[in-house]
Design a protein around this ligand. Structure first.
Ligand SMILES: [Zn+2]
Ligand SMILES: [Zn+2]
Length: 190
């Protein structure tokens, strides 16, 4: 199965998922479908940090991967961390098939501002394109408008678009081409 599955982990607003799936489909030119909810992995909560382990979330998604080359993106409301950072907006397997995005810090209300759903949806879509881009082997881009540029804070994220820049698009096309060739080789063994 080709394409990308989007899984609420364990829940995310439906209009936000609609927007994110549309932008992912456009950025990667792949079919995007919604999967059923995925439960938080047992043991991912850190009492000392008051956050959830991004690595455990990614591991839980890897355990539920659909058949290759389909990718799986989890979208969670939970605030995620990795041990060396105070938080992460998301995490992905570079050249892998699993990625996760956290909505917690994308919400204006997390920062004491009034809720703004359209802003939250735009942020989530850009962050989703970024993490899924890593699964296609894309690394951080220096173009600040490109979704593959590194965001360490919300102003960084708000500066981006959801459309990969020409150079990331070219790399992505190469990666998709390789994926298609591999799938073709499996259909026609020689
Ligand atoms: Zn990144
Ligand atoms: Zn780029």
């Amino acid at each position: 199965m080709s394409g990308l599955l989007v899984a609420p982990l364990p829940s995310a607003p439906a209009p936000l998922l609609d927007r994110l799936e549309r932008d992912l489909g456009r950025a990667f030119a792949l079919p995007v479908r919604r999967s059923g909810p995925v439960a938080e992995p047992a043991g991912a909560w850190s009492e000392t940090r008051g956050q959830w382990s991004a690595t455990d979330f990614l591991r839980a998604l890897v355990a539920r991967l659909p058949p290759p080359p389909c990718r799986l993106l989890g979208v969670t409301e939970h605030d995620l961390f990795v041990p060396v950072l105070s938080f992460v907006f998301g995490q992905a397997q570079l050249h892998g098939r699993a990625a996760v995005v956290s909505l917690a810090r994308l919400r204006p209300e997390f920062h004491g501002l009034p809720p703004d759903d359209p802003l939250l949806e735009r942020r989530a879509a850009k962050e989703a394109v970024h993490e899924v881009g890593h699964t296609f082997g894309l690394v951080h881009c220096l173009d600040r408008a490109c979704p593959m540029s590194l965001s360490i804070d919300l102003p960084d994220l708000d500066r981006k678009t959801a459309e990969p820049c020409p150079s990331c698009s070219a790399l992505l096309e190469g990666s998709l081409e390789m994926q298609r060739a591999r799938a073709q080789a499996e259909v026609e063994p020689r």
